[in-house]
Design a binder for this molecule. Sequence first.
Ligand SMILES: [Zn+2]
Length: 98
Amino acid sequence: MATDYDAPRRDEVDLGEDSLEELKARRTDAQSGAVDVDEAEVAESFELPGADLADEELTVKVLPMQQDEFRCARCFLVHHRSQLAFERNGDLICRECA
Ligand SMILES: [Zn+2]
């Protein structure tokens, strides 16, 4: 009885492992080929120093300075419009620097 039960179990397990391994191998081959191309393309785009600088510049430019704010020409800090002391030659000076 024991061998009768073991035999079909082994067959099922073996078949399952074989099929799974085959599927995994096929999937790995297919994925590895696609992933290699994607990673190479992504790595090239990320490794470009210009891309990093562009991102940083974009980040700086995106920093919001509201319309009711100004950048002091002396301390280079962004103050609220209410802190504007005076404007000289287009340079805005805050009260702290005035
Ligand atoms: Zn200032």
